[in-house]
Design a protein around this ligand. Structure first.
Ligand SMILES: [Zn+2]
Length: 73
């Protein structure tokens, strides 16, 4: 089926993921950075991630929704 990428809006073909292959690739990089960051700062919140890693809130909320990101609050 065709979907609009939740990140950049581009139309792409998928059965599973919510973002296009280009954004999916970026996700991998960002999620890796987030993992490393949370090891250093386990109590970090969304705002810390947004500011220190320059990740858009929209992207962070999507990670939360997709259970790719869990924060201790
Ligand atoms: Zn995209």
């Amino acid at each position: 089926m065709l979907k609009n990428c939740l990140e950049c809006g581009q139309i792409f073909k998928t059965n599973t993921i919510n973002v296009c292959p280009a954004c999916e690739k970026e996700d991998q990089i960002f999620l890796h950075q987030i993992q490393d960051y949370l090891l250093l700062y386990p109590r970090a919140n969304l705002r810390d991630l947004e500011q220190d890693l320059s990740i858009t809130p929209r992207r962070l909320f999507r990670y939360l929704k997709e259970n790719k990101l869990q924060l201790r609050t």
